[in-house]
Design a protein around this ligand. Structure first.
Ligand code: NAD
Length: 480
């Protein structure tokens, strides 16, 4: 297990010599200590990334050469899937099958951007036809420079890959700050990068707390671009800080995503997608189906089925067979979600769950919880809880469903279920959200753009859009 900073191709201690505890949320015990990065370490890491960008080989290699390194990184991640997934379970709490998906996806993201890097060799230049004779012009794509990447704890290694892989594919160099709650799998990327032949300084990893390591990274004048995933308040602070030096910023923030279920939806399918939508990864998912709108004729029967299914969910240690819901990531997240549930009890009808499961008091466990019939201005209907808590309301007309779905400061994801595909398409178009699902919820594809509208963020990750985040467009015009 790697527990030091990774700077300029080498694992090292923090300048302060300090470490911080990493807790296993299944029993609240400290299972690792990790070097506690601070401003001096960020300065060293940005210095290494700056040198690697300004004078090192990485941005000067062809896209195919960079792609070959990224492909080897993806291969190593795939080969080490078992130990990385188990480390993710210990660090984050999620069930092993979900950790396995995450690591498979992480390898897939490196492979996908390996291909896009290679394609840049032919697509990085575009001739521009000019109206005036005597001049020729072309647009060329170039790496933005040094990218600072700050990520959350809900998909620790996958979130790292969503930033590191496209940034490296573009030819940028990177300083990654993982979440203080789950730094361990991201730290493994250092060794994986070295084995794959990534030049020193192209990737640097500085674990630490937000104000101690994240803030100095945001403020550092040597950083050209900031890519952040996390909460709205932190995103807003990062954007304000970045404004000072006019750094490019992309933000993937929170959500309170609706799923609208029309009465012609087969009830078993609705149950399946709602349960998955809110309870996978303990509901600690930015795009989680946290608001469900059900058409009146099937409202009570569907609600009853959801309650029945929620009670059947096996809760327990992420490594135990058949477990679908592990502990929340940390004692503080546990407290936060339990407080939200208590507030929900004063605002809506508790249909299922509502507390800590019996016999699991030693860990950060929460029952899958369903609330119904809250007012539209209720706090639990409007605010992101980031836990296994879903709010359900009825609707009578399509217009009412769209209005309620869109009545949120967030606009990350939305979903609609109906046997009438024309209606589903119409509602999908009416949603104000960056990601919309029809007759499903949550499937995420590396090829497709990911990101939100309104306070859910700025910019898109994944697909070719993810690569464009790390590319600058330059115009070169010549007089013949
Ligand atoms: P957070 O904002 O508390 O922390 C995210 C990261 O920012 C962490 O690494 C943290 O150390 C760092 N940070 C904290 N304060 C900072 C500061 N002042 N300057 C710089 N960095 C700082 O969020 P979290 O609790 O880790 O994650 C949960 C949030 O992330 C939720 O709101 C969730 O919706 C969102 N999220 C969004 C997406 C998406 O793709 N849109 C994906 C995952 C999570």
């Amino acid at each position: 297990m790697k527990n030091q900073l990774f700077i300029d191709g080498t694992y090292c201690d923090a300048a302060s010599g300090e470490v911080f505890d990493v807790i296993d949320p299944s029993d609240r015990q400290v299972f690792a200590q990790v070097a506690r990065g601070g401003a001096d370490d960020i300065d060293r890491a940005v210095g290494a990334a700056r040198r690697a960008f300004d004078t090192g080989p990485w941005p000067r290699m062809s896209g195919s050469e960079r792609g070959a390194v990224l492909r080897r990184m993806g291969d190593t991640i795939a080969a080490r899937r078992d130990d990385l997934a188990r480390l993710e379970v210990q660090d984050n709490g999620k069930p092993l099958p979900e950790a396995n998906w995450d690591i498979d996806d992480t390898a897939g993201v490196f492979h996908f951007y390996a291909d896009l890097a290679a394609r840049l060799d032919n697509s990085a230049e575009q001739d521009i036809p000019l109206a005036m004779e005597g001049f020729t012009s072309k647009a060329v794509k170039e790496p933005v420079g040094v990218a600072g990447a700050i990520i959350p704890w809900n998909f620790p290694m996958l979130m790292a890959s969503w930033k590191v892989a496209p940034a490296l594919a573009a030819g940028c160099t990177v300083v990654l700050k993982p979440s203080e709650l789950t730094p361990l799998t991201a730290l493994e990327l250092g060794e994986i990068a070295n084995e794959a032949g990534l030049p020193p300084g192209a990737l640097n990893i500085v674990p630490g707390f937000g104000p101690e390591a994240g803030q100095p990274l945001t403020e550092h004048p040597g950083v050209d671009k900031l890519a952040f995933t996390g909460s709205v308040p932190t995103g807003s602070q990062i954007m304000a800080t970045a404004a000072r030096d006019i750094k490019t910023v992309s933000l993937e923030l929170g959500g309170k995503s609706p799923l609208v279920v029309f009465a012609d939806t087969p009830i078993d399918e609705a149950v399946e997608w709602i349960m998955f939508g809110i309870f996978w990864n303990q509901g600690e998912v930015c795009s989680a189906t946290s608001r469900v709108l059900i058409e009146e004729p099937i409202y009570e029967p569907l609600l009853a089925r959801l309650a029945e299914e929620a009670r059947k969910i096996r809760i327990g240690h992420g490594l135990d067979d058949g477990v679908l819901l592990g502990p929340l990531v940390s004692p503080s997240q546990h407290e936060k979600v339990l407080a939200a549930i208590e507030r929900g009890k004063t605002e809506g009808r508790l249909v299922s769950g509502g507390g800590v499961p019996e016999g699991l008091e030693h860990g950060c466990y929460v029952q899958p919880t369903i609330f119904a019939d809250m007012a539209e201005d209720a706090w639990i209907w409007r605010e992101e809880i980031f836990g296994p808590v879903v709010c359900v309301k009825p609707f009578t007309t399509e217009d009412e469903a769209i209005r309620m779905a869109n009545d949120s400061r967030f606009g990350l994801a939305a979903a609609v279920m109906s046997a009438d595909l024309d209606r589903a398409e119409r509602v999908a178009r009416a949603f104000r959200a960056g990601i919309v699902w029809i007759n499903c919820s949550q499937p995420t594809f590396t090829e497709a753009p990911w990101g939100g509208t309104k306070q859910s963020g700025i910019g898109r990750e994944l697909g070719e859009w993810g690569l464009n985040n790390y590319l600058e467009i330059k115009q070169i015009t010549a007089y013949d």
